[in-house]
Design a protein around this ligand. Structure first.
Ligand code: TNX
Length: 504
């Protein structure tokens, strides 16, 4: 009885059935393995990345358990009571990011072909432990892990979210926290919307006023802020250690008021506009007739590319309604060459499909099915961010305290009940790189605002991106979501307790 009461407060006990995203295949068994004080994390590989996964797991488990949990690199030997991580190159069915998790009476064995797979496997392991495993201080716990086998790998390679740090600035710690939370749900792309009319958030050494002037404002007129190149590199490294690729966006040729305000010579008439702190879009444009514009773009892309290990530079390209259509085409096609000259691939919002694209460029769909199809006709791949489902800044209901409504309202169910390969007729599974849920921050000012808009909707997009479409259902998902309430609470996430979900 007391146990039932405790469980009532905590929500349903973690089980194979509560993991989000839902694994590809699972065979639960009766009973559990209990992690004890003398457990070790045994890494059966000489890979430094595999060892790092072991260290990250230890760092998560030590504070709440109070166990020592040494990370030891041992190719062989007994492992009774331990958590074992191993790389097996043979099992092709695991893909690049998959893993196999076996929990029996003697311990836990996690195997993968790549360190990334091990890392995602440790996130599943985390979700099989009680929510108090997320605490930063010692907890009374029986650290039980349910027994059985999970065989898992993602449906899509691109599983992302986007944070708009331009409309309201969010510092390095908020971005790292976002990375921590997204990886718990196996998301692996963090798109940073670094520039917009209201602020320029990454230092560019060859154009310093972009931040010293253009970074000092935001929506509503607050202080704004920006990342030094060192801070940005710190974010990229933190993400990379967690198998997350940062995708930097420099939004052009529209959404550039902060840049124009910083450098009068970038404007066609030579007059710098005032800083902007409203939320209108579509009023600013780079001056396509000036050769200086392309020198500017080359400088910015070169500096950002040098800080970016990932293959993509996002060039924006959206809502350029103050750029004449012919100029838009000239601009995007030239920028595509500039991006390539710095060894990167161009990614842009779907409007770039109006221009001639290379097959290696990628288009992010948000509104126009027609443009998504035009991208595919040109051989480009598509990232799916349909605003009516995937925009984390849409209100949940008309009376939500935060968010916009231009694309409608998006309930937790709406954010779950869609399929990236069914979204645009003519853009099928083979053309879709994956899913990204953007969080625009016109109405999000502080961390709790990000939490409210992102959670729990982001979990739905994570499952859509990872789990096979067959076998996904709202009733099952909703039930599993209940178990994540206490976990998000333990992580200090101010999620929206939607009445659609029977939270405990
Ligand atoms: C449209 S989606 C925009 C952003 C806004 C957002 C607000 C896109 C490519 N552009 O500039 O922040 O709507 O929901």
């Amino acid at each position: 009885m007391a146990g039932d009461l405790a469980r009532g407060a905590q929500g349903p006990a973690p089980s194979f059935g509560t993991v989000i995203p839902r694994p590809l295949a699972q065979a639960p068994e009766r009973g559990a393995f209990t992690l004890g004080p003398s457990a070790r994390i045994v890494v059966r590989s000489s890979s430094a990345d595999a060892r790092r996964v072991g260290e990250l797991l230890a760092a998560r488990l030590r504070p709440p358990t109070g166990f020592r949990l040494p990370v030891v690199v041992r190719p062989r030997g007994a492992t009774h009571g331990d958590l074992v991580l191993g790389l097996v190159t043979g099992d092709r069915s695991l893909g690049e990011e998959g893993y196999r998790l076996v929990v029996d009476a003697t311990g836990v064995v996690l195997t993968a072909r790549r360190p990334a797979g091990l890392f995602w496997g440790t996130q599943t392991l985390r979700q099989l432990l009680p929510p108090s495993i997320e605490a930063e201080t010692p907890q009374a716990g029986a650290w039980r892990i349910p027994r059985g086998t999970i065989h898992d790998r993602p449906r899509f390679a691109w599983r992302g979210t986007m944070l708009d740090v331009a409309r309201h600035f969010f510092g390095v710690d908020d971005v790292k926290r976002t990375i921590d939370l997204m990886t718990l749900y196996k998301l692996n792309r963090l798109h940073l919307h670094l520039t917009d009319d209201q602020g320029w958030r990454i230092a560019i050494r060859s154009w310093p006023r972009l931040t010293t002037h253009g970074g000092r404002t935001q929506v509503g007129g607050g202080r704004g802020g920006w990342y030094t190149q060192r801070q940005y590199a710190e974010i990229v490294a933190y993400a990379r250690q967690r198998f997350v690729e940062v995708v930097p966006e420099i939004d052009m040729p529209g959404h550039v008021n902060a840049a124009l305000s910083s450098y009068a010579r970038l404007t066609c008439n030579g007059v710098a506009p005032a800083p902007y702190s409203g939320i209108e879009v579509g009023f600013s444009s780079l001056c396509i007739a000036k050769e200086l514009t392309f020198g500017f773009v080359d400088d910015v892309v070169r500096e950002v590319a040098a800080l970016t290990p990932g293959p993509y530079i996002h060039i924006g390209g959206d809502e350029a309604s103050s750029t004449e259509p012919g100029d838009y085409r000239t601009f995007v096609e030239r920028v595509q060459r500039i991006v390539r000259s710095h060894g990167k691939r161009m990614l842009g919002w779907e409007e770039i499909a109006k221009t001639t694209l290379r097959r290696t460029s990628v288009v992010q769909h948000w509104q126009s099915r027609e443009l998504a199809r035009r991208a595919v006709e040109q051989g480009a791949k598509v990232v799916m961010s349909p605003a009516t489902k995937a925009y984390l800044d849409m209100k949940y209901t008309p009376d939500s305290p935060l968010g916009l409504t231009w694309a409608g309202t998006t309930t937790v169910r709406d954010a779950y009940a869609w399929d990236p390969a069914q979204e645009v007729p003519g853009v099928g599974e083979e053309n879709v790189l994956g899913v990204e849920a953007p969080l625009w921050t016109e109405t999000a000012v502080v961390r709790a605002d990000l939490d409210h808009l992102m959670f729990p909707r982001l979990l739905g997009h994570a499952e859509i991106a990872w789990s096979p479409a067959a076998g996904r259902s709202w009733p099952s998902y909703r039930r599993r979501l209940v178990a994540h309430g206490p976990r998000l609470d333990a992580l200090g996430v101010a999620y929206y307790r939607s009445p659609e979900v029977p939270w405990r």
